[in-house]
Design a protein around this ligand. Structure first.
Ligand code: SAM
Length: 302
């Protein structure tokens, strides 16, 4: 008996699937994190809208499912979402999945949901795997209040500005939320260096890597400690979530002095030229010369 047939025999009392748009989370690593309900919906819907049909096919093959798939990704999201909603209006059951985790969270899904709501067709979200919440609950930081921020900008200057805005928001409230970011292995070292610069080396961070997978790990410590752990590795790999403790401590005066102010002070007090000052302050703060120069260009007028 196939997996799908065995499940059907287990559940003779199952209600038929009603027409609607179904948001179906899929595992973020461990295939056993699919839910029984997700399998029911994927089996009995009329079509599955997938971010990458080949990725989805691996999952469907694993569970012995033969439901037709259609592509639904960043580049055709609106047009395809309109089509999906028309199909639901005609009485079909359409599932939306992404490559991993919850559709609509750093993945396509949001447009289909808003069009479905506007068209007055039912939208059902199934609970299930999500990297941000999985990382949060094991981080040791509060889960009472959290702010999910998605990916930080990839460019250094924009990332710094984004982190400065996050810090300002956190300082404006008592009991600020835990901050959650998605990151990539090739940017995490730079992003953590920016966290050190903006929040101070002592700020509490957690890096949750490869959740639910064989090499799952949580790196916990101050921003400077976790940065040092990564720098000590030959290569940083895997999928990761970066979390920042919600409680912001004031930076001491050395940390508070902006990079631009420190460069200006070195030029004024020591009579050195701009590049000598940039190089020295970069060395003192553990930044690369080009990174410090970019930051100097960005903030010198402030
Ligand atoms: N929709 C997904 C969700 O619900 O979590 C997120 C998709 S987003 C395109 C991919 C990012 O999620 C990765 O770059 C990483 O930051 C995070 N992520 C996904 N799977 C992960 C895992 N197993 N461990 C840690 N982070 C993960």
């Amino acid at each position: 008996m196939s997996d799908a047939a065995a499940r059907a025999a287990d559940r003779p009392d199952r209600e038929p699937l009603a027409p609607g748009l179904y948001l179906v989370p899929t595992p973020i690593g461990n295939l056993r994190d699919i839910t029984l309900r997700a399998l029911d919906v994927l089996e009995h819907c009329d079509a599955i809208a997938c971010e990458d049909t080949r990725e989805a096919q691996k999952l469907l093959n694993h569970f012995g499912l033969r439901t037709p798939t259609v592509s639904h990704h960043l580049h055709n999201e609106r047009e395809r979402a309109e089509d999906l909603v028309r199909r639901v209006q005609a009485g079909e059951r359409i599932a939306v999945v992404s490559d991993a985790g919850m559709p609509g969270i750093a993945d396509p899904g949001e447009i289909a949901v808003s069009l479905a709501i506007a068209a007055g067709v039912p939208v059902h979200a199934l609970p299930g795997a999500n990297a941000a919440v999985t990382a949060l609950v094991a981080s040791g930081f509060t889960g009472e209040r959290f702010s999910y921020r998605g990916f930080l900008p990839s460019k250094g200057g924009e990332r710094r500005s984004a982190l400065e805005a996050v810090r300002a928001e956190m300082e404006a409230v008592a009991g600020a939320p835990t901050q959650i970011f998605y990151e990539t292995p090739h940017r995490i070292v730079e992003a953590l260096a920016d966290v050190v610069a903006v929040f101070g080396p002592g700020h509490g961070v957690v890096l949750a890597r490869e959740l639910t997978k064989l090499h799952e790990e949580f790196l916990r410590g101050t921003a400077a400690e976790v940065l040092a752990m990564l720098e000590a590795r030959e290569r940083v790999r895997g999928e990761m979530v970066l979390l920042l403790n919600g409680s912001v401590t004031p930076l001491d005066s050395a940390e508070q002095e902006s990079l631009a102010a420190a460069i200006r002070r070195a030029m004024r007090d020591e009579g050195v030229d701009e590049m000598t000052a940039v190089k020295r302050i970069a060395r003192e703060r553990g930044l690369s010369k080009s990174e410090a120069y970019r930051e100097w260009q960005r903030t010198r007028g402030r």
